[in-house]
Design a protein around this ligand. Structure first.
Ligand code: DX5
Ligand code: ZN
Length: 222
């Protein structure tokens, strides 16, 4: 069903010195996906809480913060505090993922956990109820514009099946290489929340790009 799918454009593909104008172009999206990178967890650097706070004040849609950083136990709550609707940290980087998720929820944010393409999802099964969303990376995190990795789809299916078996309300998110030509595979495998950077901001008409992604998902969600 199209109504329960979300399209979250990633501002990693926006113009960093025209952020306000680029944010204004995605008012029909569900969330804006904000990639925080620290040059340690991934070999790239973006921005921190000061910039995210300005994005929060300027964005027409709520913030979906994706933390590609070391020591999220220390830093993630700051993003919930500044008002991000969801805060997602990497399982590979967290010391106490469940305790951190509970802190984020207590601060009013949706708690998310992300896994890199090679990280198994089975360790998440028993803690699935502690999360509002699980992000299965469909590229190695760090850069926009990479090719979608279809080999991550079996993992997404296993997660989808397990979530259904348990009646979990968790959203399943994909991020990396999502475009008009790859989004159907991810929707078929159970994703309901789709991050797209270059496919939206690389388009002359982001509103049309968002609508086209939504329409394809609507035909493939089941
Ligand atoms: C990659 C980031 C993604 C990135 C996706 O590490 O987490 O959010 O912006 O960009 P595209 O859609 O261009 O692959
Ligand atoms: Zn991301």
């Amino acid at each position: 069903m199209v109504s329960d799918a979300r399209i979250n454009p990633s501002i990693l593909a926006a113009d960093f010195v025209n952020m306000q104008a680029d944010l204004a172009r995605i008012g029909t999206a569900d969330f804006v996906h904000v990639d925080v990178m620290d040059n340690h967890f991934v070999p790239n650097l973006t921005f921190g809480p000061q910039m995210v706070e300005r994005i929060q004040a300027t964005s027409p849609v709520p913030l979906d913060v994706h933390l590609m950083i070391d020591d999220p136990d220390r830093w993630a709550p700051g993003y919930a505090e500044l008002g991000a609707a969801s805060v997602t940290f990497h399982l590979e980087a967290a010391n106490e993922p469940v305790a951190l998720a509970r802190r984020l929820r207590a601060m009013g944010a949706r708690a998310g956990v992300a896994v890199k393409p090679m990280t198994p999802v089975e360790p998440l099964f028993d803690i699935i109820d502690d999360f509002d969303q699980i992000l299965v990376m469909t590229v190695e995190p760090g850069f926009g514009g990479q090719s979608f990795m279809p080999e991550t789809m079996p993992k997404l299916r296993r997660l989808r099946d397990e979530a259904r078996r348990r009646g979990a309300q968790v959203w399943l998110q994909v991020d990396g290489g999502i475009s008009a030509s790859t989004i159907a595979q991810a929707a078929d495998a159970g994703a309901d929340t789709f991050v797209a950077g270059s496919a939206v901001f690389g388009s002359d008409d982001p509103t049309a790009a968002i609508a086209a992604l939504r329409e394809t998902v609507g035909a493939h969600r089941h």
